[in-house]
Design a protein around this ligand. Sequence first.
Ligand code: UT7
Length: 331
Amino acid sequence: MQNIHAAITGIGAFLPEYRLTNEEISTMVDTSDEWIMQRIGIKERRILKESDKATSDMGVEAINQLLQKTNTSPDEIDLVICATITPDRPFPATANIISRKARLTNAWSFDLSAACSGFVFALTTGAKFVESGQYKKVIVVGADMMSAITDYTDRSTCPLFGDGAGAVLLEPTTEEIGVMDHINRTDGKGRHYLHMKAGGSKRPASIETIQNREHFVHQDGKTVFKYAVSRMADVAVEIMEKNDITPENLAWLVPHQANMRIIDAVARRMQIDSEQVMINIQKYGNTTAATIPLCLYDYEKQLKKGDNIILAAFGAGFTWGSVYLKWAYNS
Ligand code: UT7
């Protein structure tokens, strides 16, 4: 029997219209465009302002566009995996809500929580269902409404995050294209450095947790920075060596977009040029599970069938991972 690979056959995306600029953030906390550009590399981020909308709505928009672009009927979808850390509610799963709203009547669905590595983990999970031969059309959607858990009185975190969603369709192929390999890792010792302190079973919501602002992202930026650089670079270099990818035959690195300085450091360790790196952090900031599909979406027209692509991410947990993709189509 021939090997089945899972190929990405289309991408959809959604970005809210509202642009939160560095200038506006400078009116909320003691910061400046110059500091944010120098230390992070973000100019503006998109924010979902409509009070009746949430993460699932962004996921639905991305999926509707994906279905249209790939000429796929909603009832053909077998499975939806939604990577998010900002679910509409703690339960039910946002993937269940998305499936209902996008009328994916034959799909079963679940959420996957791996923070900024969410898309990489969900993509490798979805690929396994396709590679089994049992599933023909799997959607992987990375969607996060980070504005819902960002403390806009904390200058050390509020410039970092934005809202958005990106979705890909995975389909089987016997050609040597698609998801070729992955290296995923987790280490719970990182749990203290980047987390939400309350709202779970360890510390349920109370008046005290609200007064202490414990329902927002808390981060020890320096520690996370250090681990992000070393772990992301480690897995990206490891997957290159394992698959005989060289700086010369690599078409693109698609790094998680958390900080321009982290992206540059990873590219240097891989010995690749800045022209080989997908970057859109300046426009959207860190959209957590959505950064990688949003990059693929922005660069889709430049991608060619057979291109060697490496995805690399690092996030809360700690979680980190890399995927080696051979791109499956010309736009
Ligand atoms: O996506 C998941 C993973 N997350 C990440 O990868 C984020 C990793 N961490 C980072 O990107 C960086 O650590 C930050 C961008 C969060 C912070 O940059 P940094 O260079 O590590 O700054 P720092 O936290 O060491 O702070 C340096 C100084 C401090 O002032 P003092 O103590 O030296 O006087 C901060 O108070 O910068 C100050 N500072 C700011 N100043 C102006 C912190 N935030 C700001 C700000 N504007 N927004």
